[in-house]
Design a protein around this ligand. Structure first.
Ligand SMILES: Nc1ncnc2c1ncn2[C@@H]1O[C@H](COP(=O)(O)OP(=O)(O)OP(=O)(O)O)[C@@H](O)[C@H]1O
Ligand SMILES: [Mg+2]
Length: 241
């Protein structure tokens, strides 16, 4: 469960209002898609949810806990995959996974089982002993995702997770996230791919210039936007410059 209450964030001493009074709730069991044009405030919101940035105002509650007051407890139940997979290049893939396993306290046997499974699924097993600096962009993204899946936390926060993933990997990730939410977990992710949002999300929020312009199921968004048939049309209507 993720709750944002009147969250605001500006950059450059208030010159750029990146997130403006954002309130939304992502209940457990829900795949929640976060949409918006470039520069709308998606990454800023995500960085506040995972505690990298502090909001100027408002609060963020993760699994019932305030993410500033109980930062570590919130981080322990959250996996975050950033939009750019900038990670420890000198570690091998397996060393990175063990590092993540240590940080989150995943027992060795569980860790080994999950790492083997996901390295196999993402076709990374052959590269696990190689340093990450030799990985392609997609491989880096997949090793970061494997690290997140290794932990199986209650809350996944993924910033454009499908960009750069090949179709098979994207399919496996979506299946894993569906399973995670069906078991009562939470997924908050940003995307620019309307088709993914349309088919995959239980609920969708659209943010524009830092403000929430729509939030609901696809049906609710359709009604709000005057029965437009496709999410693309709804998006274009609600985010006019
Ligand atoms: N570190 C920063 N310093 C100053 N301004 C920033 C910084 N990071 C983001 N911004 C500004 O905040 C606004 C929101 O940016 P953000 O990265 O959250 O958008 P986004 O919705 O993730 O966009 P994209 O779809 O391109 O990833 C933009 O106007 C951006 O220029
Ligand atoms: Mg972004």
């Amino acid at each position: 469960m993720i709750e944002l209450k009147n969250v605001c964030k500006s950059y450059n001493k208030g010159a750029v209002r990146a997130v403006d009074d954002l309130t939304l709730t992502v209940p457990p069991g829900e795949i929640f898609g976060f949409l918006g044009p470039n520069g709308a405030g998606k990454t800023t919101t995500i960085k506040m949810i995972v505690g990298i940035l502090a909001p100027d105002a408002g609060s963020i509650i993760i699994e019932g806990r305030d993410n500033r007051r109980e930062a570590l407890a919130c981080k322990a139940v959250t996996a975050y995959v950033p939009d750019a997979p900038e990670i420890y290049e000198r570690l091998t893939g397996m060393e990175y996974l063990n590092f993540i396993g240590d940080v989150y306290g995943v027992p060795a046997a569980t860790r080994a089982e999950r790492a083997t499974r996901w390295l196999e699924v993402f076709e990374l097993a052959g590269a696990a002993a190689d340093p990450i600096q030799t990985y392609s962009h997609g491989m880096r993204q997949k090793i970061v995702l494997t690290g997140a899946l290794l932990v199986e936390p209650r809350v996944f926060v993924l910033d454009e997770p499908l960009t750069g993933l090949d179709p098979r990997s994207a399919h496996h990730l979506k299946e894993a996230m569906r399973g995670h939410c069906d078991r009562g977990g939470t997924l908050f992710f940003s995307t620019h791919v309307m088709e993914v949002a349309e088919k995959f999300c239980d609920r969708i929020a659209i943010i524009n210039k830092g403000r929430l312009t729509a939030c609901g199921t696809l049906e609710e968004l359709r009604r709000q936007a005057g029965e437009s048939e496709s999410l693309e049309k709804i998006f274009l209507e609600l985010t006019q410059p």
